[in-house]
Ligand binder design. Structure first.
Ligand code: NAD
Length: 261
């Protein structure tokens, strides 16, 4: 008779930011799912619901929930549903950002108050809103992690990245403040600053293909990074190897950011 060995309890993760199969969040979801994690997904609106349901449907017993990050009640509902289904949470991947298209093509000084506020709210404040609600569940996990996605436009000027650069600066600073506050509760908070990858969000930045060309030419690794590169770095940060890393922005950019000329 086969002996049934005790299995480790599988980890539970929340993945925010899948729009389609090109989404960085989807690559991360696939990687953590292969490691045995159970996953809850959110979708921004009805337009994206089918995409997310279809992708998540290929995984074992996922939870798929609506969540516009501008809506506190929807964010609350996500954590209520996770607690009901899984009774716990081990990690959150926050991979969402937004800026109005106009703000990503006009001169930066013409950014309207509304465009500035919207971009900062969705792309930076949402991490704080999510982290606060996730913390009570995460604090019960032996390896709690929060991971978000940033871009070098937070500290250097990229043509047309504009208000998204400002939002990413706020996001990275929020990572540090959250890491400091949550560290004593065992929750690690980090960001991956990824090189450019062709996704839906990226296509909103006017001239994004020039970013790709420049990175390919100048990054020490001699190529653009892929969503799989990001996913594997995420696995490292979300897993046991990330236990002593918090408040960091880890560059997954093929080394582009070290170059002068
Ligand atoms: P993506 O378009 O696949 O993902 C962006 C996600 O943000 C989408 O799922 C969208 O639904 C979500 N979102 C936007 N507004 C929202 C709202 N109000 N409520 C809920 N969700 C909302 O593109 P991506 O490139 O995978 O982007 C994921 C993250 O990675 C973003 O933070 C982006 O800035 C960052 N990033 C991307 C690149 C790149 O080159 N693609 C590079 C560095 C960092």
């Amino acid at each position: 008779m086969a002996v049934k060995l005790p299995t480790l309890p599988s980890r539970v993760g929340l993945i925010i930011g899948v729009a389609n199969k090109r989404s960085l969040a989807w690559s991360i979801a696939q990687a953590v799912s292969l490691e045995g994690a159970s996953l809850a997904f959110t979708y921004q609106n009805e337009r994206l619901r089918e995409n997310v349901e279809k992708l998540a449907g290929g995984l074992a017993d996922p939870l798929v929930l609506p969540c516009d990050l501008n809506d506190d009640a929807q964010i609350d509902a996500v954590f209520t549903a996770i607690e009901e289904k899984y009774h716990g949470l081990d990690f959150v991947v926050h991979s969402a950002a937004f800026a109005e298209r106009e703000a990503l093509s006009k001169p930066f000084s013409e950014t309207s108050r509304d465009a500035f506020r919207t971009s900062l709210e969705v792309s930076a404040y949402s991490l704080v809103a999510v982290a606060r609600r996730a913390a009570p569940l995460l604090a019960k996990s032996p390896s709690a992690r929060i991971l978000t996605l940033s871009f070098l436009g937070s500290e250097r000027v990229f043509p047309n990245y504009n208000v998204m650069g400002v939002a990413k600066a706020a996001l990275e600073s929020s990572v540090r403040y959250l890491a400091s506050e949550f560290g004593p509760r065992g929750i690690r908070v980090n960001a991956i600053s990824a090189g450019p990858v062709k996704t839906l969000a990226a296509s909103g930045v006017s001239g994004f293909s020039d970013f790709l060309k420049t990175y390919e030419q100048r990054a020490p690794i001699g190529r653009n990074i892929t969503a799989a590169d990001v996913a594997e770095a995420a696995l490292f940060l979300l897993g046991p190897a990330g236990r002593a890393i918090t408040g960091q922005v880890i560059m997954v950019d093929g080394g582009y950011s070290i170059m002068g000329v």
